[in-house]
Design a binder for this molecule. Structure first.
Ligand SMILES: *Cc1c(COP(=O)(O)O)cnc(C)c1O
Length: 380
């Protein structure tokens, strides 16, 4: 089974062999019967393994080309389990526009355990090479990044990693395996906030991890079971249900994002539009090379910062909210919302101006989305 649209439906475990149920049942059991003392059983306790969760874990491994998958209660729980494979004194190089929650986990939690890190612009490969120290163990990337949608060349970063004996860890939340498969480009571990596009309906918080190395899989499984941030069976089922329509949704998200970007770029109240599908985007060529589409996220700057509040509050279909990747269009202002914990000088230095607006294009009728933008622009 090689084609993606088939894999999202039939990958992992489909249905239930004992009853013929077409949908994987929700096995809400905390413990499992052992027929003989000390025998080998597939499941023994809900933290170490659950059949509903396992179906989802096999599915993400299939979709990303991994050997084994892991489902967590949140994206950050998965990232925590992955960062916990390293030892005190190890050093990790992170992208400098890292997701805020991952930044906080690394600098406020993992650093206390002795893990060290640096942040660098991963689009500048010479800088990346210069940052490698004798104790560096991994390079951690996100592409497209949040909220400026910077594109990191996964293959080029993975080459640097391999030449220096490092692991490449890729957060694939924004692209999803529908548009980008980092393991095939040389990454060793792929992470997801399943809360976003994989779940896709803004109704479940979750995290997924996969790897193409059996040895790394053992280590991640050990941490998943030892730390214990596993996804419950009900949420595992919801995520599988969401993933079944991933291909349809991502194509629709992208088409709407491209149309909105086209509208914004010709609007004279807009200073700048960030969308990897635009030829003017700095990462456009690399995106074309490593992605099969450009995703559903766009960001733009209003020429007049002082109109941001009025603009976002005038919208009727776009919901003013954090998060992304659901079927409904969301809009947010990073400087005030998702990125407000970054000091203003640092924020501005990384290009996140007060007038920047981030949009998660939903799958509504594009005519309605464009009309909503249009009426809000008329008010400012
Ligand atoms: C949301 C997000 C996370 C964290 O996931 P949670 O499910 O919120 O814990 C990590 N990385 C990226 C890129 C995200 O957007």
């Amino acid at each position: 089974m090689t084609n993606f649209k088939t894999k999202v439906i039939h990958g992992g475990v489909s249905g239930d062999a004992t009853t013929g149920a077409v949908s994987v049942p929700i096995f809400r059991s905390s413990t499992f019967k052992q027929k003989v003392l000390g025998g080998n059983v597939p499941y023994e306790y809900g933290r170490s393994g659950n059949p509903t969760r396992e179906a989802l874990e096999k599915l993400i491994a299939d979709l990303e080309g991994g050997v084994r998958g892991f489902a967590f209660a949140t994206g950050l729980a998965g990232i925590h389990a992955v960062l916990s494979i390293f030892n005190a004194g190890d050093h990790i190089i992170f992208t400098d526009d890292l997701y805020g929650g991952t930044f906080r986990l690394m600098t406020k939690v993992m650093e206390k355990t002795g893990l060290t890190c640096d942040f660098v612009d991963l689009t500048d490969l010479e800088k990346v090479k210069a940052m490698i120290k004798p104790n560096t163990k991994a390079i951690y990337l996100e592409t497209p990044s949040n909220p400026l949608l910077k594109i990191v060349d996964i293959e080029a970063v993975a080459e640097i990693s391999k030449a220096n004996g490092l692991l490449t860890i890729a957060d694939n939340t924004f692209a999803t395996p529908y548009f980008q498969q980092p393991l095939a480009l040389g990454a060793d571990i792929v992470l997801h906030s399943g809360t976003k596009y994989l779940g896709g309906h803004s109704d479940v918080v979750s995290g997924l991890v996969t790897t193409n190395s059996a040895d790394l899989a053992e280590q991640i499984y050990f941490n998943q079971n030892s730390i214990g941030g596993v996804l419950g069976p009900d949420d595992s089922w919801l995520l599988q249900r969401g993933i079944k329509t991933l291909a349809l949704r991502m194509a629709a998200h992208e088409a709407n994002a491209a149309a909105l970007a086209g509208y914004l770029i010709s609007n004279d109240k807009v200073a700048k539009v960030y969308f990897p599908g635009l030829e003017s985007h700095s990462g456009h060529e690399i995106a074309k090379k490593q992605m099969s589409g450009f995703g559903g996220m766009i960001s733009f700057e209003l020429k007049d910062d002082s109109k941001v509040k009025e603009f976002v509050e005038s919208l009727k279909i776009f919901t003013l909210a954090e998060s992304l990747g659901g079927v409904e269009s969301l809009i947010e202002v990073p400087a005030v919302m998702t990125h407000s914990s970054i000091p203003k000088e640092l924020r501005e230095a990384s290009g996140i101006k007060d007038g920047l607006i981030r949009v998660s294009a939903g799958i509504e009728d594009i005519e309605d989305l464009l009309a909503d933008f249009s009426q809000a622009f008329d008010k400012i």
